[in-house]
Design a protein around this ligand. Sequence first.
Ligand SMILES: Cc1cc2nc3c(=O)[nH]c(=O)nc-3n(C[C@H](O)[C@H](O)[C@H](O)COP(=O)(O)OP(=O)(O)OC[C@H]3O[C@@H](n4cnc5c(N)ncnc54)[C@H](O)[C@@H]3O)c2cc1C
Length: 354
Amino acid sequence: MTIVDQAHDGRATAAGAGIICPWVSGAEDAAFYRLYVEGARYYGELVHLLAELGETDLGFRRVGALVVSDDADELAAFDTVLSRRRADTPEMGATSLLSPRETGALFPPLRGDLAGLHVAGGARVDGRRMAAGLLRAAQQLGARVIEGHAELVAAAGRVTGVRLRDTTIAADRVVVAAGAWAPTLLLPLGIALPIEPQRGQIVHLHVAGQDTRDWPVVLPQGGHYLLAFDDSRVVAGATRESGVGFDYRVTASGQAEVLAEALHVAPGLATATVIETRVGFRPVGPGIRPLLGPVRGLDGLVIGNGLGAAGLTIGPFAGRLLCDAALGRDMPLDITPFAPLRNAGPGAPARPLR
Ligand SMILES: Cc1cc2nc3c(=O)[nH]c(=O)nc-3n(C[C@H](O)[C@H](O)[C@H](O)COP(=O)(O)OP(=O)(O)OC[C@H]3O[C@@H](n4cnc5c(N)ncnc54)[C@H](O)[C@@H]3O)c2cc1C
């Protein structure tokens, strides 16, 4: 197996927050929700597999998640919803309603009037470390990793490999998991992949003298959030900006939005040091469902894309499914609902190759 990665500035995995807590999702699409929770479930197995290969520096920890609100009744109602969901997904763990004092004890910078709903199974992962650990593990198992720009090679209705600057690599199957850049890669084959970049700006803060290792993920109402990593680091996310293309910049309004939302919920972060702001392009499709699987009418090609805002949770499991698809193995989940070109018309194949 050969892995080719251009490591673009703005690749989503290097900017992603790393929250793994699908059970609190408001997503109503049942197929998506199933994939999302399976992604979280798979982490247990994956972390174990990687540990057997000596890969433990992944920034993964089951720290729990705290849904916070100034409305305790609302949290109690949500707790009832989660209790029902737990029947299918025990890995969610126990939930408990916490007073503002108990909530503040778990995440000290929080505002004093916020009560919490604690979800024990919530976790966080460092996308950069996890991706690096996966690559090292793949290399241990015989994979070759090449940094560079790949183009697809195709002939007579099948993809036969990839072309790099000075070489061509033949392959029985090519899995294109090129994030927001995939449409450019696929267009020469006549495939119009409906994926667009959605910019996310996310701020990293240092809270001097605080042991943040066990701080839970904080999920207020709305799309913003906080989470912590081992090195006295708190991460505040994030913007969701469509229509800005691949504009890899930290903007004044992006920075202001993220900090204002963070300080509204956690005023205790006001004196934290801003370490950096990361920028990533989420690969976003027309709906919430990712695009996963082979392409009808074009043998040898498998697509993995559209992970949107949930890709650090779903990504490793999606990778496993794509591997099964490429090798023609049975799959632990039916991926038919995620057929990559399902919106291109009933049974539309890729356009015939040149
Ligand atoms: C700010 C932010 C916060 C997020 N928070 C979370 C979160 O808390 N939880 C969660 O589950 N998800 C989160 N996500 C979503 C998650 O990060 C993405 O869904 C996921 O990382 C997408 O992974 P990907 O591999 O599809 O794309 P990417 O990580 O963008 O990777 C695509 C790769 O393809 C390479 N590539 C492209 N074209 C070529 C080519 N022609 N040749 C060679 N290589 C190529 C690129 O260089 C890149 O390395 C967040 C995302 C952002 C931006």
